[in-house]
Design a protein around this ligand. Structure first.
Ligand code: NAP
Ligand code: G4F
Length: 321
């Protein structure tokens, strides 16, 4: 039986990846930091099948301990301070968790079990003020937030440990991916939650920032399959994971309100407080390498994704009434 350790198991991707690996017959361990109030919402349904290990990406001894307990064949480093806006308010913490945390995990592997295969959750945010359209593995980075700067560090330290120590280490440069388990502060979930509340008569307005920004949005359930595929190849490498289609925040809003038969213009308020100090205007990825080398293809379309999220939010909110 293969064993995997997932950091960030309580997050969106951690929960979908845990499900995938359990289906494939893995023994799954999840690193979880201590919170004053436990946040198991995304993994409650898996708690009998996975083993939680207490630890934090900022605390090397806890990572070494996690490797010793789990004795993993594969480590998926998904833990991070992942919200771009918060990275301006907590820039040093973001640098430590999202950037240095990667080195901590790599060091824990080097010191304890260097044959472990390692996946790093890199991000399309690294492309920032894009230097090429579409963005691919060879496109230079131009990060536009403390989060993106930290991810560039995490990406290159992964490449560096692969080249320095011959570690099997991969960096997945994933474009935005969403699901009903997406955190409420991210724009897709903020919109689908608001649309559900407005439809149910519980909310009157939706405040948003930049409606012109464009993103290449896919489904998280599809994207975790790409993570696993990367660690099954004969040689470690880096891959862009994207749909190859881009939509504006305005198109997201239109699609969501249209689904419940409402006109978005009646409800959406543009709020200057939600505009970022520096914006990433356009993300559009090329999944060509992933298609050719991993045989990976996204299955869920943008419209299907938004509809799935609204249905889930309608159900969740209705259950509380
Ligand atoms: P998420 O829902 O925000 O989950 C982040 C996870 O990291 C949570 O489990 C969180 O734990 C954990 N975490 C935060 N700080 C930690 C620390 N110091 N030590 C240990 N764990 C810590 O993020 P996601 O959407 O699943 O994304 C997974 C990874 O992919 C992240 O690294 C993200 O930056 C990256 N990524 C995401 C996307 C996307 O579109 N979703 C795209 C590209 C890259 P708590 O539950 O305790 O907060
Ligand atoms: O949903 P967002 O917060 O995602 P963002 O900044 O693209 O980052 C996400 O994707 C990255 C991959 O590219 C990940 F690495 C990262 O961890 C995270 O998962 O914002 C998307 C766009 C932005 O342009 C933002 O300015 O939506 C715009 N937006 C407009 N109004 C808003 C809002 N974003 C949020 N969160 N909230 C708003 O009210």
């Amino acid at each position: 039986m293969k064993k995997a350790l997932i950091t960030g198991i309580t997050g969106q991707d951690g929960s979908y990846l845990a499900e995938l690996l359990l289906e494939k017959g893995y023994k799954v361990y999840g690193l979880k930091r201590r919170n004053s109030t436990p946040n198991y919402e995304n993994i409650n349904h898996l708690m009998d099948e996975i083993e939680i290990i207490s630890g934090d990406l900022l605390d090397l001894p806890s990572l070494i301990n996690a490797i010793k307990i789990s004795d993993p064949d594969e480590v998926y480093n998904l833990g991070a301070q992942s919200f771009v806006t918060s990275s301006w308010h907590q820039s040093i913490y973001t640098g430590q968790a999202t950037g240095i945390g990667v080195t901590n995990m790599l060091e824990a592997i080097m010191l304890t079990k260097p044959e472990t295969r390692f996946y790093q959750a890199s991000s399309s945010e690294m492309f920032g003020k894009v230097l090429e359209i579409p963005q691919k593995e060879t496109t230079p980075f131009y990060p536009r937030s403390p989060y993106a700067v930290a991810k560039v560090y995490g990406h290159w330290i992964t490449v560096n440990y692969r080249e320095s120590y011959n570690l099997y280490a991969c960096s997945g440069i994933l474009f935005n991916h969403e699901s009903p388990r997406r955190g409420i502060e991210f724009v897709t979930r903020k919109v689908t939650d608001a649309v559900a509340r407005i439809k149910l008569g519980l909310q009157k307005e939706l405040h948003l920032g930049n409606l012109d920004a464009k993103r290449d949005w896919g489904y998280a359930g599809d994207y975790v399959k790409a993570m696993w595929l990367m660690l099954q190849q004969p040689k470690p490498d880096d891959y862009v994971i994207a749909t190859g289609k881009t939509y504006s925040v305005k198109e997201l809003v239109e699609t969501a309100f249209e689904y419940v038969g409402l006109d978005w213009k009646t409800y959406v308020v543009q709020d200057s407080k939600l505009i970022r100090p520096a914006e990433v205007d356009l993300l559009l990825g090329s999944p060509q390498k992933a298609q050719e080398k991993l045989g990976w293809k996204p299955q869920v379309s943008f419209e299907q994704l938004i509809h799935m999220m609204i249905e889930s939010d309608l159900k969740k909110i209705s259950a509380t009434l």
